[in-house]
Ligand binder design. Structure first.
Ligand code: PEP
Ligand code: MG
Length: 597
């Protein structure tokens, strides 16, 4: 068998070497496509009704039998239960059977493709990937229609620990599977924020997603290496590679053990400078990893998921419940709720489709909330109600100038007045901040600092809007340069402006979880970084092993250059000298050299 190296996206760190085991998943490509005589149309529709019902029953039961290791994922399975109960998907499939006189399987496939087209225009990767859930449930229903098993059959095939491969994988698929038999995961589908990553991280096993050609090159029983550090999958490796990786695995496991032991210590440099290390959270279920990885708070709660995982918009009561629970669980630790950062495209099912040639520059985030004031007020009331249950703060995304802050605050006041009229409690001193992610906001940060309680720099978008590159467009990804001098100057300017006005400045984009970038942020005097929970232990180790003096020197050296390659070189040298171990175990944004792909 020939050796092949495939590239994927690492979503759970670690190394594993083992035999591949494919989940027997069929894609839509294999759905039989037949027409049916008119006399059988209602029978086909009845088959659809029954298959939806059977899958709904199966998922509901699976939800109740969830293994303890996966208990955190109940809400994901709940969302699958909801999809299987989705009247619109069933009704549309029935309609297609009727209009086109085709089989139930084919009609459902077509209905899902229609949903897919709606999701394709969504620019937020996390939300766009939620189409995968619709597809997974539809595949289950199609399997039912075809009289096949629906995923739990894998259990019987697994005797030793295996590297589980799948086209796509959801927690619901692993029900019935003995998870102690899975040593790592790899899927063809999925991106950075797909459930596979969340699942793998909670099981603490290495995982890769988005491995193109996985199904072409890997067969059941092939020996594979999963490099969950740098994103490689090696099929039928050579002897020397096996040796190299078993050594790396040993080193990584020791390193990981030691950073986990220290992860609850504060993020403090050797010379006593303290920075808050908070977590970014997308799902309520991720709260357990916030605790496990030593996060000192939640610096960014992306509230979008609750609005997208269901057909109707959540009510004020539902939002309040969620936010209150969050605040209560975190207790004294801060949680920063970001108001909706959605585009018009993402809630088209509720508000109708809006033709926007360029959604990234369109009606999104605070602009969308201001257009749908009732919905905005509903969310703000829920955050306010939660503010009496813990240490709660609120921030507005994509603020571009002063008027927007005034307008958003006016809605906040309306929400407060409504709560007063209803006799409900809220904290009148709840801190209110803004995300700084547009160049316009950077340039007037000194003026805006007097209007808010804190700044949070969203570097993912700040880089996109400053350098004029779509953060999701792989053709220009070589220009996504976190250490571009304009980006460094912007962050520094915001930190200085914030501190001058006496407010805190946090950085919550990916940049803050990169071992190359953190010392520069420290050198600037950033008060808080907020990052993926799993990155916290390693980043804390870096903070605790450096000095403010070194970080300031690095920042000064970096500021002397205007060429990104020179900056990257300076940073790489300095970090390599101080933290050789970390660089072996981390995939940095700077590892992708600054050359066109
Ligand atoms: C950012 O833009 O850096 C950010 C943290 O927000 P999001 O990634 O959700 O756009
Ligand atoms: Mg953003």
């Amino acid at each position: 068998m020939s050796r092949v190296i495939l590239q994927g996206i690492p979503v759970s760190a670690g190394i594993s070497v083992g035999k591949a085991f494919f989940m027997n998943r069929r894609s839509f490509a294999n759905v039989p496509r037949h027409t049916v005589p008119e006399s059988l149309i209602s029978a086909e529709q009845a088959r659809l009704d029954r298959a939806f019902q059977l899958v709904n029953d199966e998922l509901t039961q699976a939800r109740d039998r969830l293994p303890v290791e996966l208990a955190d994922h109940a809400s994901i399975i709940d969302s699958h239960v909801m999809i299987s109960r989705d009247r619109k998907l069933l009704a549309r499939s029935r309609e297609i059977v009727h209009d086109m006189a085709i089989t139930a399987e084919w009609a459902l496939e077509k209905a899902v493709r229609e949903v897919e087209r709606k999701f394709e225009v969504i620019e937020d990767p996390y939300l766009r990937e939620r189409i995968a859930d619709v597809r997974l449930v539809a595949q289950r229903i199609i399997k039912k229609l075809l009289g096949q098993h629906t995923g739990t059959e894998v259990e019987a095939g697994v005797s030793n620990r295996v590297v589980l491969m799948a086209h796509d994988l959801s927690p619901a698929d692993t029900i019935g599977l003995d998870i102690s038999k899975i040593m790592s995961l790899a899927t063809t589908e999925g991106g950075k924020t797909s459930h596979t990553g969340i699942l793998a991280r909670s099981l603490q096993i290495p995982a890769l997603v988005g491995v193109t050609d996985l199904e072409t090159y890997v067969n059941d029983g092939d020996l594979v290496i999963i490099d969950g550090l740098k994103g490689k999958l090696i099929v039928n490796p050579e002897e020397a590679e096996l040796e190299f990786y078993s050594d790396l695995k040993y080193q990584f496991e020791n390193y990981h053990k030691s950073i986990m032991q220290e992860c609850h210590l504060p993020g403090e440099t050797i010379d006593g400078y303290r920075i808050n290390v908070f977590a970014n959270v997308e799902l309520f279920d991720e709260l357990s990893s916030v605790n496990e990885n030593g996060a000192e708070g939640v610096g960014l709660y992306r509230t979008e998921y609750t609005f997208l995982s269901r057909n109707e918009l959540p009510t004020e009561e539902e939002l309040t419940d969620e936010y209150m629970q969050m605040a209560q669980i975190l207790g004294k630790r801060k949680v920063v709720f970001r108001s909706l950062d959605l585009g018009a495209d993402k809630l088209a099912r509720v508000f109708g489709t809006l033709q926007e040639p360029n959604p990234a520059l369109g009606l999104r985030a605070i602009r969308f909330s201001m257009r749908h004031r009732d919905l905005f007020r509903r969310q703000l009331k829920a955050v306010l109600r939660a503010s009496v249950k813990g240490n709660v703060a609120l921030m507005f995304p994509m603020i571009s100038g002063l008027n927007e802050i005034h307008e958003a605050k006016a809605v906040l006041r309306e929400a407060q007045r409504e709560l007063e009229a209803e006799g409900r409690e809220y904290d009148p001193d709840m801190p209110v901040g803004i995300m700084v992610e547009l160049p316009s906001t950077v340039f007037i940060a000194d003026a805006l600092a007097h209007e808010v309680d804190f700044f949070s720099v969203g570097t993912n978008d700040l880089i996109q809007y400053s350098l004029g590159i779509d953060r999701l467009n792989r053709h220009v990804s070589y220009l996504y340069q976190p250490l571009h001098p304009a980006v460094i100057r912007s962050i520094k300017y915001v930190v200085d402006a914030g501190h001058h006005a006496g407010i805190e400045v946090s950085v919550c984009g990916e940049l803050a979880s990169d071992p190359y970038c953190v010392p520069i942020l420290l050198g600037m005097g950033v008060d808080t970084i907020s990052i993926t929970p799993q990155a916290i232990p390693g980043i804390k180790r870096i903070i605790r092993q450096t000095t403010m003096e070194d970080c300031k020197k690095l920042l000064k050296d970096v500021q002397e250059h205007f060429q990104v390659s020179a900056i990257n070189h300076t940073v790489r040298e300095s970090i390599f000298r101080q933290f050789p171990e970390e660089l072996t175990f981390y995939a940095s944004i700077l590892d992708n050299e600054e050359l066109p792909a």
